[in-house]
Ligand binder design. Structure first.
Ligand SMILES: Nc1ncnc2c1ncn2[C@@H]1O[C@H](COP(=O)(O)OP(=O)(O)OP(=O)(O)O)[C@@H](O)[C@H]1O
Ligand SMILES: [Mg+2]
Length: 244
């Protein structure tokens, strides 16, 4: 059964069609990679799916319920959680406190909140940083913290917006392992926007290609990356954007 169904979604910003008639489904436990040139509408799609912006047309169904236009916190509490392309942790708090804050909606007793958040901090590999101010984290650490904060919401569906951007290859590996583990161990459904093709190839069961707000292709990573229309869409991009 599809856990997420997007039907006929369109969104315009003044004259610009950021999304046009976007249709796709994601099965429970599936990993869907989302690729496309800069400005294709990938982040806008996440914004619509998670309730940050209401679409002009179309519907978003999560777990069989229509959540189109629902408030982001409601969608998050229902189990669909996203990470942000730009990370903004609470500067005055430690890494662990930042994660605890994200878990707070569960109204857990203080001790369980602390233990639970510590477990997540360790799971993302930030154990040594737990009690240091979040502002001291380097980029790779901030990315992990962003992931940890999303995990603290116990997502059934997790949407990741370029979690690997700005990481060197050796820093990407543990994050990819963690994402694979989330599906294997926790059964989490993942949608991930990513420019790093090696990661898309390794992780995705299926890939959705967006171009100029439209779904250009869907299929296995091999299928879409050998599709002439997809190659065409990427022509004129900065070489680094489709980094191997
Ligand atoms: N709030 C907004 N107001 C006006 N235009 C917007 C807004 N958000 C996005 N856009 C425009 O919509 C288009 C799609 O943007 P979006 O951020 O979704 O692209 P993207 O595929 O995530 O790109 P990137 O790979 O660079 O992150 C772009 O032309 C962008 O400038
Ligand atoms: Mg984006």
């Amino acid at each position: 059964m599809s856990i997420l169904e997007v039907t006929g979604v369109g969104k315009g910003f003044r004259g610009l069609r950021a999304l046009s008639d976007v249709d796709f489904r994601v099965d429970q436990g599936e990993i869907l990679g989302i690729i496309g040139p800069n400005g294709a509408g990938k982040t806008t799609l996440f914004n619509v799916v998670c309730g940050a912006i209401a679409p002009d047309t179309g519907t978003v169904t999560f777990g069989g319920r229509d959540v189109t236009g629902a408030k982001p916190h409601r969608i998050a509490r229902a189990g669909m959680v996203r990470t942000f392309q730009l990370m903004r942790p609470f500067a005055s708090m430690t890494v662990q406190e930042n994660v605890a804050l994200a878990a707070q909606h569960e109204r857990l007793p203080a001790r369980r909140l602390r233990d639970g958040s510590m477990e997540i901090v360790e799971r993302v590999g930030l154990g040594d940083w737990a009690h240091r101010p979040a502002t001291e984290l380097p980029t790779a650490g901030l990315k992990r913290l962003e992931l940890a904060r999303a995990l603290a919401m116990k997502p059934r569906v997790l949407l990741l917006d370029e979690v690997l951007a700005g990481l060197v290859p050796s820093e990407r590996e543990p994050v990819l392992d963690l994402l694979a583990d989330l599906r294997e161990q926790d059964g989490t459904t993942l949608l991930f926007i990513e420019h790093i093709m090696a990661a898309v190839m390794r992780l995705s069961d299926r890939v959705l290609v967006l171009d100029q707000g439209r779904v250009l292709a869907t299929g296995s990573a091999e299928e879409v990356t050998s599709d002439p229309r997809v190659i065409e869409a990427y022509l004129g991009e900065e070489p680094g954007d489709a980094e191997a």
